[in-house]
Design a protein around this ligand. Structure first.
Ligand SMILES: [Zn+2]
Length: 288
């Protein structure tokens, strides 16, 4: 699944390419991807211009001058591909990024006068919904979300929210999108290693200072992912068409079981925490 840096990479590309452009028509190749009344396409989407492309957690928000917004979730295999004078693609990496489109993964096509935006999604879990822009923050998708780690000062909200889960393991707590958004399995493992905190430590076992230090480590990890183009296990194609090799450059523990810890040389091991495969250095991250 794309994590926050990948979705932010998609957002930056779409914002650069789409703003100011008018949607001339929309081709719906898979009904279930477009999760709103199709008649609303004619009323609020077709003929509208793109005002901005924003992100909340791992969702993209495409604001239109009809005062409606498209809310997009890429889920596991979603990708956005622009074909016009330039070719651009970001999201889940596969051959659809570079091959002839539409192909059998194409679900929705937005047609502009100078190009086409393809929403491709192999597994079909991704979706596009439509809401009045001024009601977005009250929607079920957005209403309960925790603070953004990178684009706001999340400190006070993070502390208040994480303290609601005193007996939860710290890893499960930071994966909870109501505590802080955008932390997936990779960034949870990386930030806990950076902070030297064992993932099974209960929230109540950490002081406010320790929690805030962990928050800084979460921000550092996400920023490092963003700076290197973002990726999960396989590399993603970036805005400029090159492949981001973020894991090679950045991962200290994720996917590195059996290798030596960058800090102390001890062997990295893989354990299970909160039902998720979890990578730690047992020397740097001792359970207190
Ligand atoms: Zn270590």
């Amino acid at each position: 699944m794309p994590e926050l840096p990948e979705v932010e990479t998609v957002r930056r590309g779409l914002d650069r390419i789409l703003v100011g452009k008018q949607i001339l028509s929309v081709d719906v190749l898979n009904d279930k991807t477009l999760q709103f009344a199709h008649t609303d396409l004619n009323t609020f989407v077709i003929g509208a211009k793109v005002v901005a492309v924003r992100r909340r957690a791992k969702m993209l928000i495409i604001d239109l001058d009809s005062d409606y917004s498209l809310l997009v979730h890429l889920k596991m295999t979603g990708q956005m591909v622009w074909r016009g004078a330039e070719s651009w693609a970001a999201g889940h990496p596969n051959d659809s990024m570079v091959g002839d489109l539409p192909d059998r993964t194409t679900r929705i096509i937005f047609n502009f006068d100078d190009g086409q935006l393809f929403f491709n999604d192999q597994r079909k879990f991704g979706w596009i919904r439509l809401y009045p822009t001024n009601t977005l923050s009250d929607t079920p998708e957005l209403a309960k979300l925790g603070p953004e780690p990178l684009t706001s000062d999340p400190t006070i909200s993070f502390l208040r929210r994480i303290r609601r889960h005193p007996r939860t393991s710290i890893k499960a707590a930071i994966l909870n999108q109501q505590v802080i958004v955008g932390v997936g399995n990779i960034y949870a493992d990386e930030s806990l290693w950076l902070a030297k905190v064992h993932p099974q430590t209960r929230v109540e076992g950490l002081s406010d200072d320790e929690l805030l230090h962990l928050l800084e480590c979460i921000q550092k990890s996400l920023q490092a992912g963003l700076n290197s183009g973002g990726s999960t296990m396989r590399n993603y194609v970036r805005v400029d068409g090159t492949r981001g090799n973020y894991l090679d450059k950045f991962a200290h523990v994720y996917g590195r079981e059996g290798e030596p810890c960058d800090r102390c040389g001890h062997e990295i091991i893989k354990i299970k925490v909160a039902g998720r495969g979890t990578h730690i250095c047992p020397n740097c991250q001792k359970l207190r």
